[in-house]
Design a protein around this ligand. Structure first.
Ligand SMILES: O=c1[nH]cnc2c1ncn2[C@@H]1O[C@H](CO)[C@@H](O)[C@H]1O
Length: 376
């Protein structure tokens, strides 16, 4: 039966049936359903902490869970840190599933980047152990379960080595078709790596797993150092650069920067910014030592933002294979598929992936700052 709306609703005197109301409510529900369901596979990690907070603060995303891996820290510590980060911002409603402690080939000797993030992965802050525990399910099993629960709708944002995703593919060969998208922070496309001139850290961490994932046929977007090295959170205050380093500086040498992003974070009072400012120092020190810059690369937040607002990046499409042995172990080689080679290659007939080529870096930094500088 018709409902009479008040004039102020813009339906003067027009009876609107309950069907219309039902449709309207239905579309509200659809809008809720349109939040992108995301699993973040992570090895926290200072920029992982930033990325997880950006995800938590983004209404475009629904964080289904965190899965943990090795890389910046060992997996057990990654799990502890993931639980701790959720606890620090009051989001213990989000499950954490622990991932593999070894590479896909069961190698236990891992390359851990504690020199980038501190021995505890979070700036050596001596945080107390979290009260919560991970769920009783492996990271790979959690990914497979969620992909089956919401076929075609789940995005995995992979911020560490790709072992858990490779295990998910082994566990369920239909996983690549059921997962909506995989956004990978990994590789260095036509530029040097950060472990050595050939390799980026996440791919170097488990090149065999990476090659499996890149060739699995899923909808994949790879965000490499060629993109993330353009996205810099600028640092504040005095920069201790000696004159001998000056020829290598990418940025100006003026000792004081007053409008730096770090300073803005320090001056605001959100719980996210407060937490991050506590742990960020060592990440800044590392960038000063390694790259001679007054700022830090936003690898992980940029990758989460590729899920939040894909229009901030452009990409190309082709086949990516990973070198798994030798001095170029971890090298990602992209075939643009524009040439028909005279012989069959390791790239021939392989599924294509998308590789990010440009980024609106100021917009990515702005979006991250916006999300982190306000509370819920
Ligand atoms: O020099 C490095 N060596 C190892 N890992 C690094 C380095 N710089 C950053 N990351 C970490 O690895 C990912 C990007 O490759 C990021 O997650 C970052 O935290």
């Amino acid at each position: 039966d018709p409902i009479q709306y008040p004039d102020s609703w813009g339906y003067p005197g027009v009876p609107v049936s309950r069907v219309v109301v039902a449709l309207w409510l239905g579309s509200m529900a659809a809008a809720e359903g349109e939040r992108k369901k995301v699993i973040i596979d992570t090895d926290p990690g200072i920029d992982d902490a930033m990325a997880i907070f950006v995800a938590l603060r983004s209404p475009e995303l629904q964080l289904l869970g965190l899965t943990t891996t090795f890389g910046n820290v060992h997996t057990a510590l990654a799990t502890r840190n993931a639980l701790h980060l959720l606890e620090a911002v009051g989001r213990t409603d989000i499950p954490v599933a622990e991932g593999s402690h070894v590479t896909i080939k069961k190698a236990a000797k891992l390359r851990i980047a504690s020199f980038v993030h501190g021995a505890d992965g979070l700036g050596n802050q001596d945080f107390p152990p979290p009260a919560a525990k991970p769920v009783d399910q492996s990271a790979a099993a959690f990914m497979v379960e969620q992909a089956n629960l919401y076929p075609g709708q789940v995005t995995v944002v992979a911020l560490g080595p790709l072992t858990n995703l490779a295990l998910a593919i082994e566990l369920d060969p239909s996983f690549p078709k059921k997962i909506g998208q995989i956004i990978i922070l990994g590789g260095a496309y036509s530029i040097n790596g950060n472990v050595n001139p050939a390799a980026e850290a996440n791919i170097f961490g488990d090149p065999d797993a990476a090659d499996m994932v890149f060739t699995c046929g899923a909808d994949i977007l790879a965000v490499g150092l060629n993109v993330t090295h353009q996205v810099v959170l600028t640092g504040s205050a005095f920069c201790n650069v000696t004159i001998s380093e000056a020829p290598f500086l990418h940025f100006d040498t003026s000792p004081f920067v007053t409008d730096a992003d770090r300073e803005k974070l320090e001056q605001c009072d959100s719980k996210y910014a407060r937490y991050l400012c506590k742990i960020m120092g060592i990440y800044f020190d590392y960038h000063k030592d390694a790259y001679f810059i007054k700022g830090v690369y936003l690898h992980d937040p940029t990758t989460v933002i590729a899920a939040v607002n894909p229009s901030l990046l452009t990409c190309t499409e082709g086949v990516v294979r990973v070198q798994t042995v030798g001095i170029t172990k971890g090298l990602t080689i992209f075939d643009n598929t524009k040439k028909r080679y005279g012989e069959i290659t390791a790239w021939s007939g392989m599924p294509t992936v998308k590789v990010a080529v440009t980024v609106d870096a100021p917009a990515v930094v702005d979006l991250m700052m916006q999300r982190l500088m306000t509370d819920d």
